[in-house]
Design a protein around this ligand. Structure first.
Ligand SMILES: [Zn+2]
Length: 133
């Protein structure tokens, strides 16, 4: 019997879930589905600059699994941009957990409350220690 896949921990559900090329009038069936855990992998690696170990730990997966999720996400986003396809953020095997940020001041990873649906505010990204200084 195959082992059930453990849900990936993510800290963020975006408010905007549909990205369509500006000159495309309607959604076609080549819309690319980006899973919520794939978006979180992109955020942790490409926005927060966590390394593979750190990001894997935050999402509660092995390094290898994290890399697979990230590769899939990069492939989908690149394909959408190059081929002019829409991206819809939907689904995935995840559980909402804390949201990891790298503090721009001290460089440590800190975790705050998850965002259930909204914009990930980048202005208040400093950790509590640095904010209280
Ligand atoms: Zn800090």
């Amino acid at each position: 019997m195959p082992r059930p896949i453990k849900p990936r921990k993510i800290g963020y559900i975006p408010q905007h879930k549909l990205f369509v090329p500006y000159d495309k009038k309607r959604l076609s069936n080549d819309t690319i589905l980006l899973l919520h855990d794939e978006l979180e992998a992109l955020r942790l690696k490409d926005i927060e600059h966590l390394n593979q170990n750190e990001a894997a730990e935050v999402m509660g997966v092995s390094r290898q699994t994290f890399q697979l999720i990230l590769d899939s996400a990069h492939q989908k986003v690149a394909t959408a941009l190059v081929e002019g396809q829409a991206i819809k953020i939907e689904g995935g095997n995840y559980t909402l957990s804390e949201r990891a940020h790298r503090c721009p001041q001290c460089g440590k990873i800190h975790q705050t409350n998850a965002i259930i649906e909204g914009n990930c505010n980048r202005k208040r990204r400093r950790c509590r220690n640095c904010r209280n200084e």
